[in-house]
Design a protein around this ligand. Structure first.
Ligand SMILES: *[C@@H]1O[C@H](CO)[C@@H](O)[C@H](O)[C@H]1NC(C)=O
Ligand SMILES: *[C@@H]1O[C@H](CO)[C@@H](O)[C@H](O)[C@H]1NC(C)=O
Ligand SMILES: *[C@@H]1O[C@H](CO)[C@@H](O)[C@H](O)[C@H]1NC(C)=O
Ligand SMILES: *[C@@H]1O[C@H](CO)[C@@H](O)[C@H](O)[C@H]1NC(C)=O
Ligand SMILES: [Zn+2]
Ligand SMILES: [Zn+2]
Length: 589
């Protein structure tokens, strides 16, 4: 129901087609991109890039690549310096798992990491995706840490050297002066309380790390010598995620009055939160869809204390050339820098080498994870259940259950290549089966989608579904809300592309580009493909991914179905991604 209230409120916010939410007038022949606000110290922030350095090839809105981002940052730095201001770049981790460029190689990230490090970050830190596999952690240490040295800041995650000694990834903190304004910065990097790190690494929960002696000593040593504290973390900044707020309380005991800026990540959303009058946090989305922007007025001597909205400004920049050109006052002919161009060339060369552009087929329309309800013709789950899962080899009547988290991203209209499978459906899950009566099989999905079960399980749904406060349930949409929840005045509404309309602690004017809001529908834990021939309650095969076996067994038990210690048989080793490839190769979807 929160979603409902939110939808109604954005109706009110955008009623007059010619007025931006910041009150400025928008001439109708201008691109619909809001200006950034520059202040003493300005930041560009990325997080959860997950290997999307080629850009979104089938989505114009996010089609800039990492080379363009390198050019963009160079121009932005130049503009800042020309105005006597600073520009700092921050990244909050999770740099693989999400895209063919990173995931087609072994180890994963082998070819994408050298592309990532071409951006000139001032502070960066680690994400949980750098810590699942030892080979990824070794690569992180040997490539990214080695390249950035003490700019890689990691306060609560360590790496085990060959001789068994644990050392920080990079440095535990960084103390430096900004190049232009000479502001003294103390920076830390904190990963959320992540438990599934590999044995060559160690994550200490933030609460435990901040109680350690080194932290108290460091905070004490710089008292009186710090203008700005930066926390780069792979940790959500949302108010209902307590870790940064506990850290903040602790920091305020040593630095009651110092400006603090948090840079968060992990939950894959755009967000901005106010910690107190002198501290805010930004989170800059996911998958190279967003460059986050924060600017801070460092002034201490004003007659009156600045309000938090006067001191801080934030924007979410769409990752495309229209935005990049606009904010740098450049055009296609003046935008590319030599190093940006080199990075673009490296991406082209790498994609070729990895054969990522190899065409499998063409997709004729968009299929969404959660922009439509799961039974909508444009739902990717609808597509899978009706057209793809029936192609899983096997015979007889059956019901196939998949968890919605097995789909990673929307499937967009356009060329479908080797890369696309990694984007949409990369997981290598094999299938298992149990033979049960039809009447039992057909109730399993419903059990797993009970509201109470959804609340207690994680991992079955896509990650962006867990911390999104603004999910809309299908019943709301059935009561008259279409996918665009408000009708903008004729002219303007038509010109806007669908995209983020972010609601954060500063309001709803943060997205640099005006969008028609997309609605994110709640997706269930699982969806099912029912392949029955009649109504007779005969035995059928209940087919599912091996890794959701505990969930399926739980549901059967709840349904009072006795299994007598039967274990599922292996049903097929043909992954869902392979089925999707075959389907797209042989038919037009
Ligand atoms: C945006 O910036 C441009 C260039 O600095 C300026 O000419 C224009 O007036 C600004 N628009 C608004 C609404 O502030
Ligand atoms: C392990 O190696 C590191 C780096 O060479 C060194 O600093 C450390 O003292 C060594 N530790 C032990 C226990 O040998
Ligand atoms: C943008 O660039 C053009 C041409 O390069 C220049 O004439 C103009 O003054 C610039 N505008 C701003 C706001 O810097
Ligand atoms: C799996 O399906 C096969 C074929 O229908 C069936 O013979 C077998 O008993 C099933 N496995 C289990 C554990 O029920
Ligand atoms: Zn992530
Ligand atoms: Zn993460």
């Amino acid at each position: 129901m929160i979603g409902f209230a939110f939808v109604v409120s954005c109706f009110i916010l955008v009623t007059n087609a010619s007025i931006l939410t910041d009150g400025s007038l928008l001439p109708l022949d201008q691109p619909l991109i809001r200006n950034l606000t520059w202040k003493d110290v300005n930041f560009l922030h990325t997080t959860d890039t997950h290997g999307w350095y080629s850009g979104h090839l089938n989505q114009k809105q996010y089609s800039a690549n990492w080379g363009d981002f390198v050019s963009f940052a160079a121009h932005m730095r130049q503009i800042a310096h020309g105005q006597g201001q600073d520009l700092l770049l921050v990244d909050s981790g999770d740099r693989h798992d999400g895209n063919g460029l990173s995931d087609i190689t072994t180890p994963n990230g082998l070819k994408s990491t050298p592309i990532f490090i071409k951006q000139s970050y001032d502070i960066l830190t680690i994400g949980n995706h750098e810590l699942y596999l030892l080979e990824n952690s070794v690569m992180e240490y040997e490539t990214v840490v080695r390249h950035f040295q003490d700019k890689y800041v990691c306060s609560n995650v360590e790496f085990k050297l060959d001789n068994g000694t644990f050392v920080p990834f990079g440095s535990k903190y960084r103390y430096f002066e900004t190049p232009v304004q000479r502001k003294r910065v103390l920076a830390f990097g904190f990963l959320f309380d992540f438990k599934r790190f590999n044995s060559g690494t160690k994550v200490t929960p933030i609460a435990e790390e901040m109680a350690k002696k080194w932290f108290a000593e460091t905070l004490r040593r710089y008292q009186g010598l710090v203008d700005l504290i930066i926390i780069a973390g792979h940790t959500p900044i949302a108010h209902d995620w307590p870790e940064f707020y506990a850290l903040h309380g602790h920091l305020r005991r040593y630095y009651p009055d110092t400006i603090i800026q948090y840079f968060g990540g992990h939950s894959h959303i755009r967000d901005f939160t106010v910690f107190d009058d002198k501290a805010t946090g930004i989170q800059s989305g996911r998958y190279c869809e967003t460059v986050g922007w924060v600017s801070i007025d460092m002034e201490e001597q004003k007659q009156q204390e600045l309000s938090v909205k006067e001191r801080f400004s934030r924007s979410y920049i769409d990752f495309n050339l229209d935005s990049f050109h606009k904010h740098t006052n450049t055009s296609a002919s003046t935008f590319d820098t030599p190093s940006g161009k080199q990075v673009t060339e490296l991406i082209v060369k790498t994609r070729k080498e990895l054969k990522l552009n190899k065409l499998i087929g063409t997709v004729n329309t968009n299929y969404y994870v959660d922009y439509v309800p799961e039974d909508h013709p444009k739902s990717i789950f609808n597509l899978l259940c009706n057209k793809v899962l029936p192609t899983l080899p096997g015979s007889g009547e059956r019901l196939i259950v998949i968890n919605t988290g097995s789909i990673r991203y929307d499937l967009y209209k356009g060329p479908y290549t080797v890369d696309s499978m990694y984007i949409v459906c990369p997981f290598e899950n094999r299938w298992v089966n149990l033979t049960v009566p039809k009447s039992v099989a057909s109730k399993v999905a419903q059990k797993l989608n009970d509201a109470s079960y959804i609340a207690t399980t994680s991992r079955l749904k896509p990650p962006q579904q867990y911390l999104n406060k603004f999910l809309v349930s299908k019943s709301v949409s059935d009561h008259g809300f279409s996918q665009t929840p408000f009708s903008l005045g004729d002219n303007l509404g038509q010109r806007l592309s669908k995209g983020y309309v972010t609601h954060d602690d500063f309001g709803s004017g943060g997205d640099d580009t005006l969008h028609r809001a997309v609605v994110n529908f709640k997706v269930p834990n699982v969806v099912q493909s029912v392949q029955f021939e009649d109504e007779v309650d005969s035995n059928v095969d209940l087919v599912f991914y091996e890794f959701i076996t505990p969930n399926i067994l739980w549901a059967l038990k709840e349904l009072d179905y006795k299994l007598d210690n039967v274990v599922p048989d292996v049903y097929s080793n043909i992954y869902l991604g392979a089925l999707l490839n075959e389907k797209i190769k042989h038919s037009s979807l």
